[in-house]
Design a protein around this ligand. Structure first.
Ligand code: GTR
Length: 325
């Protein structure tokens, strides 16, 4: 009898510590369209290390890179419904859902990458992050997505006239469709993962993106002309499913928010290095990069602003961004 009791007690201790460990370790699933090693992927891994350390191992993050969980539009639905816990995506695909996200997605809204970092990593950025919450996700941080320019398989773009009649892939947002139309070209929204084949088969003449995407998605292989018009500086965003967020204690929520903010500087450093490396790589691979006079491009964007910035709240946001020094 005594022996049995001892055994039962020992079993209970084992069960408790098992339950303790199992309950204590939650691995959060995070999605990213980019390959392993890309600055956004590495920044989210770093965020994961920070929360692991700060929650004494109760939470960690596994990044499913290379669109393993789907293309961005699909993963946005998954994170909103709690199928995945975290997601790092561009601001573009949120435009139809969250009006505030349209503003940092406007062409030439930022004067430079530095201007964008200042705005998005300050009070205006926090205000835009808060706008995600009624839509099933908690906005945690903005990362840098650099400046996007047009690239194509046909010719160097040196002025707006060169764009006439050409066909470019854009992210799924009306702003980008209207932006391309305002330049006299036509836009085809399609998922990122289909761009390479689209250019290769001639369904589109080209696309627009930053150097790291142009390089790592191998678009440079099929579109050799990269013209530095830098029409967009669209921030990247890290969001967490509201379903999962609501299960966190207030203390853990603070840890998560802070860790996300702390991963921003890391992403900037990785980003700057990647932009330089990717530019070198594509040039070595035979890409022709040309500068151009941006003023005519900037002037051509007036109808896009007129159409998309009609709400006084959004007009005020534009004004405050422009006033940020
Ligand atoms: C990249 C961005 C991705 C994705 C992609 C695209 O620059 O990092 O999140 O939005 O562009 O054009 O679809």
């Amino acid at each position: 009898m005594l022996h049995f009791r001892k055994l039962a007690a020992a079993a209970a201790v084992v069960a408790l510590s098992f339950a303790g460990t199992a309950g204590a370790q939650t691995v959060l699933r995070s999605s990213d369209t980019h390959p392993d090693g890309y600055p956004t992927v590495e920044a989210v891994k770093y965020f994961g290390e920070l929360i692991k350390e700060r929650t004494s191992g109760r939470y960690s993050v596994e990044v499913y890179h290379s669109a393993q969980l789907g293309q961005e539009a699909d993963t946005i639905e998954q994170v909103r419904t709690g199928v995945i816990d975290l997601n790092r995506v561009s601001m573009g695909p949120w435009n139809g859902l969250i009006p505030e996200t349209t503003i940092p997605s406007l062409p030439y809204i930022f004067r430079s990458v530095e201007h964008a970092r200042k705005v998005m990593n300050g009070p205006i950025g926090d205000e835009i992050l808060a706008a995600f919450e009624p839509h099933g996700v908690v906005g945690l941080a903005f990362y840098d997505g650099g400046a996007r320019s047009f690239y194509n398989s046909k010719k160097a773009i040196t002025s707006i006239d060169d764009l006439k009649g050409m066909k470019f892939r854009v992210m799924q947002s009306d702003i980008f469709v209207d932006m391309v139309a305002a330049l006299g070209a036509s836009a085809t929204p399609m998922p990122y993962g289909e761009v390479y084949t689209g250019i290769e088969t001639g369904v589109i003449d080209g696309a627009e993106n930053n150097f790291p995407s142009y390089d790592t998605a191998k678009h440079a292989e099929v579109a050799k002309f990269f013209s530095l018009d830098e029409h967009l500086i669209v921030p990247e965003v890290l969001v967490m499913s509201k379903v999962r967020w609501d299960q966190l204690s207030p203390e853990d929520q603070t840890i998560f928010r802070q860790a996300a903010k702390d991963s921003v500087q890391k992403q900037y450093e990785l980003w700057d290095a990647q932009v330089a490396k990717s530019r070198e790589t594509v040039e070595a691979g035979g890409s022709k990069i040309n500068e151009l006079d941006k003023q005519a491009f900037i002037d051509a964007m007036k109808p896009v602003y007129d159409k998309h910035v009609t709400d006084p709240k959004l007009q005020d946001l534009v004004k405050r961004i422009q006033e940020t020094q």
